[in-house]
Write a protein that binds this ligand. Structure first.
Ligand SMILES: [Zn+2]
Length: 451
């Protein structure tokens, strides 16, 4: 706008002073050249000793990533770097796309021993939106600190506080990962907050969008679209609340969301609710703790992704200690690990796309970001190979958002969300992932370890 006004001013002065046409042209050319130079963002090159191609799921050697502004402009060999170019030398590192956590709740945090429903009510009644958002912003930033440059925040975020925080981060008001926001979870009567008396049910509306029938499901999606959500999250079941959405309600939700070009992912604990949600046409299943082989086969056939939100043995031992388990009380961890490993292996064997998600909302004494990165350890514990774990935290979650050209991979046209770790990622995956030395988001360096 300013440049346009200056051009108008030059033309005005030329007219007033009867400036010769050749002089006028000269002035305009000089001005336009300066404007172009000032507006140009400078190129930067990142030397990647090892380079992870998340689409092909392979490691390549010695690549130069050219970053212009907020995007990756090109990928080439080292010898494509011009002389005197600005270089970030990560030639002794493995360079990866920024990681994606496909299941977070940055607006909700409880202690290990706290009851989910009681804490939800406490949050709704005693935590203002302002305080909740500021706390959410701090939690969100901790994701960026560990190299998670995008998150799918799936509800328990009041009334669209996630959309507000997303916008504040996008405009640079506060620092954090890219947020893909679902807004309030669409659920049947009572949502997931069990034990609330009938006279207090209105409180639930502060956290969930209660769906009452097929037409209301479509209306709920339109309300969410109108508020600018990136995707829709539903609760196919509300356990331990007994209520659940019907297949027809879910169909109505899915059809409306798809008409607006956004995806629907479904929280499912029981196998029946997962089957119902898949039948209704959802794009993804969250948790799926009790999922049967027949349901996994249907998911593979319909290309529905699974977000297994398990934790590692290390995490579980910490959690158990915090809730006061001792001796034989700890036996459940073995059972849990067996179940988790078994289910993940069955899903992989059935060719279901695994999308990494932490579902982290419990304070175990570290930052939410540090706690969420545990998802990599969990999948590794369950036997997934290092590059497969990485693909589940980069390319597949990007694909689940239909954003694979923009996030989750290092390719021309993608956002420059780039991280680097030191060490041999295929031989010593977990320790290497702990050696984070570089985080860039949107072309800006967020963290770089000093040599
Ligand atoms: Zn969750």
């Amino acid at each position: 706008m300013v440049r346009f006004e200056i051009i108008v001013l030059i033309l005005y002065l030329a007219q007033k002073t009867s400036m010769r046409t050749s002089h006028l042209c000269f002035l305009l050319v000089i001005f336009c050249s300066c404007a172009v130079m000032l507006g140009q963002t400078s190129d930067m090159y990142i030397k990647a000793g090892q380079f992870y191609d998340s689409e092909k799921n392979v490691l390549l050697k010695e690549k130069a990533i050219r970053v212009v502004g907020s995007e990756i402009a090109s990928i080439g060999a080292y010898n494509t770097i011009p002389e005197n170019a600005e270089i970030i030398d990560l030639s002794d590192c493995t360079v990866l796309p920024g990681l994606i956590d496909a299941h977070t709740h940055v607006f909700f945090s409880q202690n290990a021993e706290a009851d989910f429903a009681e804490h939800s009510i406490r949050t709704l009644v005693m935590e203002s939106d302002a305080l909740r958002t500021l706390r959410g912003a701090k939690r969100a930033k901790s994701y960026l600190d560990v190299g998670i440059t995008s998150i799918k925040d799936l509800g328990n975020s009041g009334r669209f506080l996630d959309v507000a925080l997303r916008d504040a981060i996008t405009e640079g008001t506060t620092s954090g990962p890219r947020i893909f926001a679902s807004g309030p979870i669409l659920a049947a009567e009572g949502g997931q907050i069990y034990g609330v008396l009938h006279i207090h049910q209105h409180l639930i509306d502060g956290e969930y969008r209660i769906v009452k029938g097929m037409e209301d499901g479509a209306t709920a999606v339109r309300e969410h679209v109108n508020q600018g959500v990136d995707l829709i999250k539903i609760c196919a079941d509300n356990l331990p609340n007994r209520t659940h959405l019907s297949v027809n309600e879910m169909k109505s939700i899915v059809q409306t969301a798809h008409a607006y070009g956004i995806t629907v992912t479904a929280h499912c604990v029981t196998d029946q609710s997962a089957w119902n949600a898949i039948t209704a046409g959802v794009d993804g299943i969250e948790h799926g703790f009790n999922i049967a082989d027949s349901t996994l086969a249907l998911m593979a056939k319909k290309k529905v992704f699974l977000v297994p939100t398990e934790n590692s043995r290390t995490y579980m031992e910490t959690y158990a200690r915090l809730v006061g388990n001792e001796g034989e009380d700890l036996d459940w961890i073995e059972f849990y690990m067996d179940e988790m490993t078994n289910r993940l292996k069955r899903a992989i064997a059935m060719d279901v796309s695994i999308v990494a998600g932490s579902d982290n909302y419990t304070d175990i004494g570290v930052s939410p970001g540090e706690s969420s990165i545990d998802m990599l350890r969990a999948y590794s514990d369950a036997g997934m190979k290092p590059l497969d774990v990485l693909q589940s935290a980069t390319y597949f979650p990007a694909q689940s958002l239909k954003m694979e050209k923009r996030i989750g991979q290092l390719s021309p046209g993608a956002f420059a969300d780039i991280i680097a770790v030191k060490g041999d990622i295929t031989a010593d995956f977990l320790n290497t992932m702990d050696q984070l030395v570089f985080v860039m988001k949107n072309g800006e360096v967020h963290f770089r370890e000093k040599d």
